[in-house]
Design a protein around this ligand. Structure first.
Ligand code: AMP
Ligand code: MG
Length: 329
């Protein structure tokens, strides 16, 4: 089956073409700024401006034509309403024009399922989903992907981006902080907030901003200490979820998952408990349309069908609201 995937939950507008388990193309255009953060209406304008060229690009790379597509999958939830609406509108018009079925998917679940596609030996992992807006520890239990731990305030990426904005580094800030952290020499004590399997970043952000504004600390040391602290929090809650669920595979997802230090810390934890750690390549960690196409395909194969009137966006849908019909083990 030839499937087109459409991703538009936040800053990324992505289009992918997959043929069964093979990704033929995975294209995107990213909303970025030199200073300041992201304003939802401006991001949606970006998506409207680029959707046509990203579709053409993806079709060309896949050597495919729209008329040959069998299924249209789009990210229906969760995300910024303005942005989700662009992807849903594109999906509906393709569906009506080419008389092909459409299917809306949950973006968080897609991050986990693409990992299971990329690593066939990894069958029942805990997912550390560390992205801009989301920070969740997710695992399969009783027919659903359940959230065992999550942030009580900001997503870890938004937290990194907020601090980067304070430092005037522009958006996205995570990669710039990673670079600066490599130059850090001294660990500065910071608040560490883990509550059971949940984490929170608000107090830490205020503390970091105050330290930065005092002018007493090199920014490289602040970035280094910030990474060590927040990644230790994420690794701690992932390990607790693995112990609780008795699972011995950890997979990472989300843009913050590109961070080499976070991957290294996850790897150390997994080695120490005799578990396996899986890190997909960066193009599948960040928001991408290949994972949307893949989840759409397995949902469709499990018998799920959606009409245009079911295709309304669901900006606030939670991972555990999705009934997992495609997995029986
Ligand atoms: P996503 O929402 O999954 O596409 O991820 C976007 C988030 O990932 C943004 O907040 C980025 O700042 C963050 N990010 C991307 N690359 C890195 C990196 N190397 N280290 C830390 N954060 C990163
Ligand atoms: Mg994401």
């Amino acid at each position: 089956m030839l499937v087109i995937g459409i991703e538009s939950t936040a800053h990324t507008f992505g289009i992918a073409i997959i043929k069964d388990k093979k990704v033929l193309s995975n294209c995107k255009s990213l909303f970025t700024t030199k200073t300041g953060g992201m304003i939802p209406a401006a991001v949606a304008d970006h998506h409207f401006d680029v959707f046509d060229s990203v579709i053409r690009d993806a079709l060309k790379k896949a050597d495919a034509a729209l008329k040959d597509i069998d299924l249209i999958a789009f990210s229906q939830s969760p995300g910024l309403g303005n942005c989700l609406r662009v992807g849903a509108t594109v999906a509906r018009s393709l569906s009506l024009n080419f008389k092909k079925p459409l299917i809306g998917v949950n973006h968080c679940v897609a991050h986990l399922e693409i990992g299971r596609l990329l690593f066939p030996e990894c069958r029942d992992p805990v997912l550390l989903y560390a992205s801009g807006a989301n920070t969740q520890v997710i695992a399969y239990d009783g027919g659903r992907y359940r959230i065992f731990g999550e942030t009580l305030d900001n997503g870890v990426g938004n937290f990194l981006d907020s601090f980067a904005r304070e430092l005037d580094l522009g958006f996205p800030g995570g990669p710039k902080i990673e670079k600066l952290a490599l130059e850090g020499k001294k660990y500065i004590e910071l608040p560490y907030t883990v509550k059971g399997m949940d984490v929170s970043f608000g107090g830490l952000l205020t503390n970091l901003k105050n330290k930065y504004r005092s002018g007493k600390y090199p920014i490289e040391d602040l970035c280094y200490s910030m990474q060590e602290t927040v990644f230790a929090m994420l690794v701690e809650v992932s390990e607790r979820a693995m112990a609780h669920c008795e699972k011995n595979e950890l997979i990472i997802g989300g843009g913050v998952g590109c961070n080499k230090r976070l991957q290294e810390m996850c790897n150390i934890m997994c080695n120490e408990r005799g578990a396996e750690f899986y890190a997909p390549e960066n193009q599948y960690l960040v928001d991408n349309a290949a994972m949307i196409a893949w989840l759409g395909l397995i949902m469709h194969k499990s018998g799920i069908r959606m009409s245009i009137k079911d295709s309304k966006i669901r900006p606030y849908e939670r991972t555990d609201e999705v009934e997992v019909t495609w997995r029986r083990e």
